[in-house]
Design a protein around this ligand. Sequence first.
Ligand SMILES: [Zn+2]
Length: 274
Amino acid sequence: MPELPEVETIRRTLQTKILHRPIQGIKVSYKKVLQSCTEQEFGQALQDREFIRLERRGKYLIWALDSGDRVVIHLRMTGQLVVVPTGYPREKHTSLQIYMYGDEELRLIDQRKFATVYLLHEPGYGSIKGLSSLGKEPLDEGFTPTYLAREVLNRTAPIKSFLLDQRRIAGLGNIYADESLHRAGILPNRSAGSLGKVEIERLCSSIKEVIQEGIAHRGTTFRNYVDGDGRKGGFQELLRVYGREGEPCGMCGEPIHRIKLSGRSSYYCPHCQN
Ligand SMILES: [Zn+2]
């Protein structure tokens, strides 16, 4: 699933390709992709309009049209957004196409079909529950050890599950949560509320560090993630634990372990993390 660094990379790569390009029309091939409007309403809202701002919040892309309407996209498990010349051979899993004048189109390709697209007429995110309840962005100034300490207070859930809770921290997923915990030397199944002051400080800076490095390497391609240019990310080469069960830990050489926490795999080094 694309996490913050992947969604941010997609946002950045699409800026040069779709900003200020008048839209000629749309085509919806998978009806359920549209969450809050019909295909006709979506088409009318985009026709002859252009995107004037591409923003991101957590794993959501929020694109402003010159009409004041906004298009919100969540790629979920396998969604990809790529710009191709009009008429380029169409992938089987194409859910949505946005045609721009000048013979190019933006395609949402989604093998698992969980990606969602919303149209917002009104200010705020009220109608999109996951977006309106998001916690702080890890790279925001307000994301500090003090914030983290307040959020974990008295929480008995494993710290790994806490990190995945989008209402606490926006944009972290399985990969960057595991990498952050390894760098901070904290076991994924520790209860969130058991973390001491120094551990919270280490975790806070580890999260910022892995997210920054993830963005700098244009994301992690573990399965099918590509950016808006159709290119794979580079951060998978630098993963220290995620997806590396049985391989030696880069820090100590002991084999990496894997456990299941709330149905998700967690990778960790039992020697470096406690
Ligand atoms: Zn280790």
